[in-house]
Write a protein that binds this ligand. Structure first.
Ligand code: GUN
Length: 296
C-alpha cells in the first residue's frame, strides 16, 4: 500500500495554519521564515519555490533572500547574523548545496540555533543525539511522522537505513533507535547490500542512486521508505532509490516518488518553523532547552 505523503502533509499544514492563527491572535505578529538561496541552481530554485508555497498555505511570511554565487563566506555570515538579530524572523534556512568556496559547516554554525529550522546547527544535532529538546532535521522528522501516522510499529523491528548522510541517514537511524528499533546502517562500503536489506522490517533508503533497491532485495511485508529523488534523463520523470514496480508488490507499505517523503520534508519544515515561532513568542520555561544553550 502506498503511503500518501502528500495527503498527510496537507493535513499537517492545515493543522499548523490553525496554530499560526492562534499565535497571531496572542502575539500580534505573524511567523516569518527567511530562506537564503545562493546562486541559481535550478533544483534549489525549485525547492525554495516549494517551501515558499507551503508558507503561504500555513500563513507564514516567507522572505527569500537571493545572493550571488560569487558571495564571500564573510558576506554570507553577515547576512545570517542580520537575520539572527531580526526579532521578526523566527526561522532561517540556508538552502544547500552551497558553492564550493563556501564552508558549509562553518556557515551553518553561525545560525542562531533557535531559528535553525533545518536542524543542522551543531547544537541541534548534539541535542538530538542526547535526547534533549531540539529542532529535528526535516526529512527524518517527516519519515517518523509517516510511520506513526500509518500505525506502523517501530519498537522491536529491524530497521535498515541505507545511507549515512548528515541530512537523512545518520539522524533517522538515531531517531529509529530512540523509538526502540534495532537499527542497521548500510552505506556505499557495505558488501552484499541485499543480504542486509532483506532483513529489514522497515527499510529507509537515502543514498541517491536511482532504482538501487530491486524486488529481490526486500522481504515480503517490509515497510519501504524511499527518500531518493532523481530525474530520469530519458523520461524526465522523478524516480526514487527504490525500483517501485518491483518492490511495491512485496511491500506492506511503500512511499511513492514523487508524493511520498518529499511533501513530508516540507511539512516538517513548516512544523519546525511554527515550533520556533511559538517558542519565540511564548518562550518555554518548563523544559530543559536552556541546559544545552548555556555556555555556548
Ligand atoms: N537541499 C536539499 N535538501 C535540503 C534541506 O533539507 N535543507 C536545505 N537547507 N537544503 C537542502
Amino acid at each position: 500500500m502506498d503511503i500518501d505523503g502528500k495527503a498527510l502533509a496537507g493535513r499537517i499544514k492545515r493543522d499548523l495554519a490553525k496554530r499560526v492563527k492562534e499565535g497571531i491572535a496572542r502575539s500580534g505578529r505573524e511567523p516569518q521564515l527567511a530562506v537564503i538561496l545562493v546562486g541559481d541552481d535550478p533544483s534549489s530554485v525549485s525547492y525554495v519555490a516549494g517551501k515558499a508555497k507551503a508558507c503561504v498555505e500555513v500563513g507564514i511570511r516567507n522572505t527569500t533572500i537571493r545572493l550571488p554565487e560569487s558571495i564571500t563566506q564573510d558576506e554570507l555570515i553577515a547576512e545570517i547574523e542580520r537575520l539572527n538579530a531580526d526579532p521578526a524572523v523566527d526561522g532561517i534556512l540556508v538552502q544547500l548545496p552551497l558553492p564550493r568556496h563556501i564552508r558549509k559547516r562553518q556557515t551553518l554554525a553561525h545560525l542562531d540555533h533557535r531559528k535553525d529550522v533545518d536542524g543542522f546547527h551543531p547544537l541541534n544535532v548534539a541535542a538530538m543525539w542526547q535526547k534533549l529538546p531540539c529542532v529535528e532535521a526535516c526529512t527524518p522528522r517527516g519519515i517518523i511522522t509517516m510511520l506513526l501516522d500509518n500505525g506502523i510499529r517501530i519498537e522491536g523491528r529491524h530497521a535498515v537505513v541505507v545511507g549515512r548522510s548528515s541530512l537523512v541517514g545518520y539522524p533517522v537511524s538515531k531517531m529509529l533507535l530512540d523509538r526502540n528499533a534495532t537499527v542497521t546502517v548500510a552505506h556505499s562500503h557495505t558488501p552484499d547490500l541485499g543480504a542486509i536489506t532483506r532483513q529489514a522490517d522497515i527499510l529507509v533508503v537515502a543514498i541517491g542512486q536511482p532504482h538501487l533497491i530491486k524486488g529481490d532485495m526486500v522481504k515480503e511485508g517490509c515497510v519501504v521508505v524511499d527518500v531518493g529523488i532523481s530525474r530520469d534523463p530519458e523520461t524526465g520523470k522523478y524516480v526514487g532509490d527504490v525500483d517501485y514496480a518491483e518492490v511495491a508488490p512485496k511491500a506492506s507499505y511503500i512511499t511513492p516518488v514523487p508524493g511520498g517523503v518529499g511533501p513530508m520534508t516540507i511539512a516538517s519544515l513548516m512544523q519546525n518553523t511554527v515550533d520556533c515561532y511559538l517558542d519565540h513568542i511564548d518562550p518555554r520555561t518548563d523544559d530543559d532547552r536552556d541546559i544545552y544553550t548555556q555556555g555556548f
